[in-house]
Design a binder for this molecule. Structure first.
Ligand code: ZN
Ligand code: ZN
Length: 360
């Protein structure tokens, strides 16, 4: 272990700090109440008398976080803090590997077929179901299952010409000259990648629940899978590299968007009613921003801000067609997924058609 090398550099770093870092690494992600419980356990063990979790202050917790960050920095780890976009007031701290491509890091624990499924799932969230009209950035189970196998053209072609990407997105294998993703990405005929047969539906469901368990994904009450705060913290830069156009103008629509108030990534929040305006806000940031303003107008384009245009799954669930579908089933929320999926995809189709009409 490299511990001996770095611990002396952090002033006041003792056994309790060491235990905190180990506990945090094991968990991956933590809220303040979870941190209170962990620290109370550590301090109880040290002092030999029971420490009440409630007595652990935020200041104390943050001081442990600060020392942990200093201790792990030389190992290319960091601890970052983010709020939950949908659950007000919930703040997360996550243990982040800052060194390499976060998706390829899955390669050590996932099979190549699972890894390529995860990429297809991300493409579904941030490409297929993330258009200027409908920025859903989440998928339901049926949509996740649709991605179980790679597109046919990719599957059968064993030659070198399988990489014409329809969008501007660079094909995975070609990024950074390849080779560094921990897998055989050397071009050439019939590599492991080009004969990816995909996953069975049962394997997809198993993978999804494992990603939920590891807090990489979240599943909403309405049945949508989205990236967790932890995944967003780790992936946000990678997502921007992969899905955004570095050459785009400042006010041009991009797939990965940041909040106009706190500048963090937004996958769940509100958008300006003006479709061409790129202002996006987290729910909490919307409140913060307009609390101090006399008029509720978009600070970018001055359009009246109605707070009824959504980013994230509410772009679908707030729509009449989705709600009607739910009523038809007697409000049984997640009881019938396929009905739900139908309502969603119908809605998406309608949206795309409307979009086409507007462009013509
Ligand atoms: Zn924000
Ligand atoms: Zn606007």
């Amino acid at each position: 272990m490299a511990e001996e090398e770095f611990t002396p550099r952090v002033a006041g770093y003792d056994d309790t700090n060491r235990a905190f870092v180990q506990g945090f690494m094991a968990r991956g992600t933590m809220t303040f109440p979870q941190g209170q419980r962990m620290l109370a356990g550590i301090l109880s063990a040290k002092n030999g008398n029971r420490v009440d979790p409630q007595s652990v202050t935020l200041g104390q917790f943050e001081s442990y976080i600060g020392k942990a960050r200093a201790a792990v920095a030389s190992l290319d780890f960091d601890i970052r803090r983010a709020k939950h976009q949908a659950r007000r007031g919930e703040i997360y701290w996550a243990f982040i590997n800052v060194a390499d491509d976060p998706v390829s890091r899955f390669a050590t624990v996932r099979t190549p077929a699972e890894l390529s499924y995860i990429k297809r799932l991300l493409d579904a969230m941030f490409d297929d179901y993330n258009t200027p009209r409908m920025e859903v950035m989440a998928v339901d189970e049926a949509q996740a299952l649709k991605k179980s196998r790679p597109p046919a053209q990719q599957r059968q072609s064993l030659g070198g010409q399988s990489t014409q990407a329809p969008s501007r997105r660079v094909d995975d294998e070609d990024e950074e000259g390849g080779g560094e993703e921990g897998q055989d990405t050397q071009a050439g005929p019939a590599t492991a990648q080009t004969i990816d047969k995909g996953l069975k539906h049962s394997e997809v469901l198993g993978l999804l629940s494992s990603l939920l368990e590891q807090e990489w994904l979240e599943l909403s009450e309405d049945g949508f899978y989205s990236l967790s705060p932890r995944a967003l913290m780790e992936l946000s830069e990678w997502l921007m590299d992969r899905y955004n156009d570095p050459e785009a103008e400042e006010k041009e629509w991009q797939r990965i968007k940041t909040c106009g108030h706190c500048k963090e990534i937004v996958t769940y929040g509100k958008r300006c009613a003006e479709r061409d305006c790129i202002l996006r806000l987290h729910d909490e940031c919307e409140e913060d921003l307009f609390r101090s303003r006399r008029e509720k107008k978009c600070p970018f384009c001055q359009t009246d801000w109605d707070g009824k245009h959504f980013v994230g799954e509410r772009a679908v669930t707030a729509r009449a067609a989705f709600q009607k579908g739910r009523e038809r089933r007697g409000n049984g929320r997640r009881s019938n997924r396929s009905d739900l999926a139908d309502a969603v995809s119908t809605q998406l189709q309608v949206a795309e058609e409307e979009e086409d009409e507007m462009e013509e």
